[in-house]
Design a protein around this ligand. Sequence first.
Ligand SMILES: C[S@@+](CC[C@H](N)C(=O)[O-])C[C@H]1O[C@@H](n2cnc3c(N)ncnc32)[C@H](O)[C@@H]1O
Length: 263
Amino acid sequence: MSTSLPFDEQTARRIEVLYGSPDAIRRRSHVLQMLEPRSGERILDIGCGPGFLAAEIGVAVGPSGSLRAIDASAPMLERARARCDSLPWVVVQGGDAARLDFEDGVFDAAVSVQVHEYVADAEGSLQELARVLRPGGRALVVATDWGSIVWHSRDPERTRRVLSAFEEHLADPHLPRRLHSLLAGAGLPARRCEVLVQFNPRLDANTYSAGLLDLVQRFVPGRRGVSREEADAWAADLRACGAEDAYFFSLNQYFFLAEKPRG
Ligand SMILES: C[S@@+](CC[C@H](N)C(=O)[O-])C[C@H]1O[C@@H](n2cnc3c(N)ncnc32)[C@H](O)[C@@H]1O
């Protein structure tokens, strides 16, 4: 059993659906509003996933700019390439956040949305991010704190066990708590920090939590004592809560915009 979420074909397909939801679109518009990509800029998207954000940044920088979008997963790269196909100044390539294959100071900005929590050495990876930025360059790092999740069910103890098992899907489920100081330590003082709440008071198929529910149900069996039957019963309970208008989901995602000092 892999230790973290395998970004294989099946997961990539589920994440692509999840990231097409209005909740994920709202998050991307917040990313663009904070990053402010401008025409002609050279930008790096670390862990581009299915490439929705890469395509939007690609349009913003235009043909006089460039975007490098890297990811460690082949199924994700395939989707990102297809999504950015009409933007030849966007280059989608394999790569590791922990060892960026770029010269020092070559980017005006870099963005990483829900990636550094999957990286074992978040500290070293943020130093890598800082290295490839030019002086005055911007870094936007977005991460979820899984300690902020509120997911109502009729069996809170079972929900606690399931969500504890789901914390194994990434290296640091509480990375946002360390991000301010990790960024400062990497030479990237934060100049704007914000939180966006994914809030679903109803279970709608086209919401963030509906997509997450499928991912959790598939991931947790066999972890921290959670059986497949228990995971299925948990998911069935949440769907029943949704059908009876007794649903409640809330999760915080944290945005840190930092800048590399000039000179
Ligand atoms: C939750 S997805 C987020 C995708 C994308 N940033 C977005 O918001 O649409 C996490 C992505 O990070 C990638 N990833 C995880 N660890 C990585 C690493 N060390 N280097 C590069 N990509 C990584 C995964 O393959 C996956 O595509």
